[in-house]
Design a protein around this ligand. Structure first.
Ligand SMILES: [Cu+2]
Length: 492
């Protein structure tokens, strides 16, 4: 509903301003050694000089750091720690999430337009994977990704100037990028416009994303990432703030009648676009695409791209539990994209009459979501060597190359090589087990050590036989074929 309107902000950012800002960043990086003192450097057009040095306040969703009241840019330190931790996706469903700050989504970062940000990214020593960060607010190679590749037990530091106000997604961009994002590596950074945002009573952080699990939706136990479903964008869970129910019941957002609410809404993807809507509420002002200024008023549903954001503001006029959904509605009622905003206070019958008739409302739930499985696909039981090589090449490019790379060369410290791999060629049965069941734990390939996670891939016997025949006869390897029978025998 309507609340008091504030004039829309002006358009900002000219080419020459950016040029100046870049030069300014270069100068400031040189000053890095004497950071305790106040850094004074020439101001970019329309901004004051960088004064002072402070630590950014970071918060876990749904909390948002307090508005920045400074009237000048400052040098700001952001410290973010990557942790791989087990979390509950839904009741009884556990998942090893990779996080920026210990939770999904990652911690909310708030800086001010013009700030010079020193970014410290740490990768906890217990983690298995190298990670990095691409902040969409950063102007520079990979949005910081190139400068922040960090092995477990290490820390990277880079600096950037927050030149462009707006709400931005950040995410991990380590190969395979889709897998790192699917495992929970995303969050939001707000570059607060220098004139600030209009005052509201509540600011909240909501981020949508999907999970692709080996089991079906709500299948209990420890679930692992399913690359095949992810490639098909066939999500088992679409959720707000990292888990089914993370914004429901006693964890609902709250407000009182007469108050104003601002939601910073992001979409981590990795694959799906969000049609963000609140059942029973209208957004008074919207910053489409997370842009610096409100550009729309009285909006029902905002489209939030994968890797994008939006800011929505509204006043609450009537007590109720308002439901946050992705209006691609099966996601809401069947996959988890459902949150709550509980508004308390006096009713006003001039706004809404209240219940005039009583009837039973049956909420949708798990009961309706069992659909018949697709007809079993007939798999070939016999293939010629040539057919195996052809099929194997296809499986390799579609599935394995994301991690082991296009020519099987691997990535140092992350993915072992299949090219000329002594480990692969030494033991056929072991190779079948790895491709059919996944693999974790320390191994040595061609003298180099690896201790990562290869997920279960859910391939049929013919595909496993073919891809192994292919890799055992490509990239400098040569060996005998792996037959479908041999795979069958190992799997039973
Ligand atoms: Cu990562």
């Amino acid at each position: 509903m309507k609340n008091e309107r504030t004039p829309l902000n002006g358009i900002r950012g000219t080419g020459s301003a950016r040029g100046l800002a870049l030069a300014f960043l270069g100068a400031s990086l040189l000053l890095g050694a004497c950071r305790k003192s106040e850094d004074k450097a020439p101001a970019a057009a329309g901004e004051g000089p960088v004064v002072g040095w402070e630590d950014a306040v970071l918060t876990h969703a749904p909390e948002v750091p307090p508005p920045i009241t400074r009237t000048h840019p400052a040098r700001v330190t952001v410290r973010l720690e990557i942790k791989e931790v087990e979390k509950e996706l839904a009741p009884g469903v556990r998942y090893m999430v990779w996080t920026f700050g210990g939770s999904v989504p990652g911690m909310f970062i708030r800086v001010r337009e013009g700030d010079l940000v020193d970014f410290h990214l740490s990768n906890h020593p217990d983690n298995k994977m190298p990670h990095n960060i691409d902040l969409h607010a950063v102007t520079g190679p990979g949005g910081g990704a190139a400068a922040s590749v960090t092995a477990p037990g290490h820390s990277s530091v880079f600096s950037f100037k927050a030149m462009n106000p707006g709400l931005y997604v950040y995410h991990c961009a380590t190969a395979p990028v889709g897998m790192h994002i699917a495992n929970g590596m995303y969050g939001l950074i707000l570059v607060q416009p220098k004139e600030g945002l209009p005052k509201v009573d509540h600011e909240y952080y909501v981020m949508q994303s999907e999970f692709y699990t080996h089991g079906k939706n709500r299948e209990e136990g420890l679930q692992s990432f399913d690359m095949e479903k992810a490639v098909k964008e066939d999500a088992d869970y679409v959720v707000f703030n990292g888990a089914m129910g993370a914004l429901a019941d006693d964890k609902a957002l709250t407000a009182k009648v007469g108050e104003t609410v601002r939601l910073f809404v992001g979409n981590g993807g990795p694959g799906l676009v969000s049609s963000f809507h609140i059942i029973g509420e209208v957004f008074d002002r919207v910053h489409s695409w997370g842009g610096a200024r409100a550009d729309q008023e009285q909006v029902q549903t905002v489209l939030i791209p994968s890797g994008g954001a939006a800011i929505v503001e509204f006043g609450v006029d009537f007590p109720a539990t308002y439901i946050l959904v992705d209006h691609s509605i099966f996601r809401a009622f069947n996959k988890g994209a459902l949150g709550m905003l509980k508004v308390t206070g006096p009713t006003d019958s001039s706004i809404y009459s209240g219940k005039q008739r009583d009837e039973v409302y049956l909420a949708e739930g798990a009961a309706i979501q069992t659909l018949p499985d697709g007809a079993a696909i007939k798999m070939p039981t016999k293939l010629t060597q040539e057919e195996m090589m052809e099929r194997g090449a296809r499986v390799f490019t579609q599935v394995c190359a994301a991690c082991h790379q296009a020519k099987g060369e691997g990535i140092p410290m992350a993915f072992p090589p299949l090219a000329k791999s002594d480990f692969l060629m030494a033991d056929k049965a072991r190779a079948i087990d790895i491709v059919s069941q996944g693999k974790t734990g320390p191994i040595t390939v061609n003298g180099a050590h690896f201790d990562g996670v290869m997920p279960r891939l859910d391939l049929d016997d013919a595909s496993i036989a073919s891809v192994l025949t292919y890799v055992r006869n490509s990239f400098g390897n040569s060996g005998d074929a792996v037959t479908i029978e041999q795979v069958k025998a190992r799997r039973r």
